[in-house]
Design a protein around this ligand. Structure first.
Ligand SMILES: C[S@@+](CC[C@H](N)C(=O)[O-])C[C@H]1O[C@@H](n2cnc3c(N)ncnc32)[C@H](O)[C@@H]1O
Length: 212
C-alpha cells in the first residue's frame, strides 16, 4: 500500500468527490474540545487537520505518523507556507502498525479517514496500541465514512464505498476492501463516545471519544 502517487492529486480529488464535507468532519469537534498539549495524528495525508490544529492550539506539540513520504513532504511545505513552526511536529514516516507508544502519552489522538484503511484483523490491534498512548481523560477525534442502517441512504453509501475501495485498491494497493466500524474497538480500549455528528445523509461522521 502506497499513497505516494496519489499525494499530489489528493487535495483536488477530495474537493471534487466531497466538497467541504471531509474537512467539516475532521474539524467539527476541534474548537469545542479545548486546548491540547500533546497530539498524536495518524495517516494525516496532506495535513488539512494538522494545520487547523496548529493554528487553533498554538502550544500543542504533535507526533504525526504517516507512511507516505510524499504526504509528509506536502505537510511540511504547507506548514512552512503558513508561517507555522515545523519544529512543533515530529514527523514519523512509518507504518502505523509498527508504531509503539514507548511511554509517550498524548491528550489528543486524531484519526481522520484513516481507520478505514485497515481490515478487521489489523484494526483491533492498532486501536489497542494507539489507546496505550492516551493519557487519562484523553480525547480521540475520529471521522470517517459509514453505511446507514436502511433505505436509499444505505444503498447509496454502499455503492459509493465500493467505488472508493476499488479506486484505492487500484491506485494505492490498499488491502482493506470493506469498511470496518472502529467504535467497538475504541469501547474495548476504554473510550466512551461523547458526541457524534452525522453528515451527508449519514454517509460520513465526526466523533469525539474520551478515555474513561
Ligand atoms: C485515505 S487517506 C486519509 C488522509 C487524511 N487523514 C484525510 O483526512 O484525508 C489515508 C492516509 O493514511 C496513510 N496511511 C494508510 N495506511 C497507513 C499505515 N498503515 N500507516 C501510516 N499511514 C498510513 C496514507 O498514506 C494516507 O495519507
Amino acid at each position: 500500500m502506497n499513497f505516494d502517487r496519489l499525494a499530489p492529486h489528493y487535495g483536488w480529488m477530495e474537493l471534487a468527490f466531497a466538497g467541504p464535507l471531509m474537512q467539516r468532519c475532521r474539524t467539527h469537534f476541534l474548537t469545542e474540545s479545548g486546548r491540547f498539549r500533546r497530539a498524536l495524528l495518524l495517516g494525516e495525508g496532506r495535513g488539512r487537520f494538522l494545520l487547523r490544529l496548529m493554528k487553533t492550539n498554538p502550544h500543542v506539540r504533535i507526533t504525526c505518523v504517516e507512511k507516505s513520504g510524499a504526504m509528509v513532504r506536502c505537510m511540511l511545505a504547507k506548514i512552512k507556507k503558513s508561517g507555522l513552526d515545523p519544529s512543533r511536529v515530529d514527523f514519523q514516516q512509518m507504518d502505523a502498525l509498527d508504531w509503539r507508544a514507548r511511554g509517550r502519552r498524548y491528550d489528543l489522538l486524531a484519526t481522520h479517514f484513516f481507520l478505514d484503511c485497515f481490515t478487521a484483523e489489523t484494526l483491533e490491534g492498532l486501536v489497542m496500541e494507539l489507546a496505550a498512548a492516551a493519557s487519562p481523560g484523553a480525547t480521540w477525534l475520529v471521522s470517517d465514512f459509514r453505511v446507514p442502517d436502511r433505505g436509499w441512504r444505505k444503498w447509496r453509501a454502499r455503492a459509493l464505498l465500493r467505488l472508493l475501495y476499488d479506486f484505492f485498491w487500484i491506485t494505492t494497493g490498499l488491502s482493506a476492501r470493506n469498511l470496518v466500524p472502529p467504535g467497538q474497538y475504541l469501547r474495548k480500549a476504554g473510550f466512551r463516545l461523547e458526541d457524534r455528528r452525522l453528515e451527508n445523509a449519514g454517509f460520513a461522521y465526526s466523533e469525539r471519544w474520551t478515555l474513561i
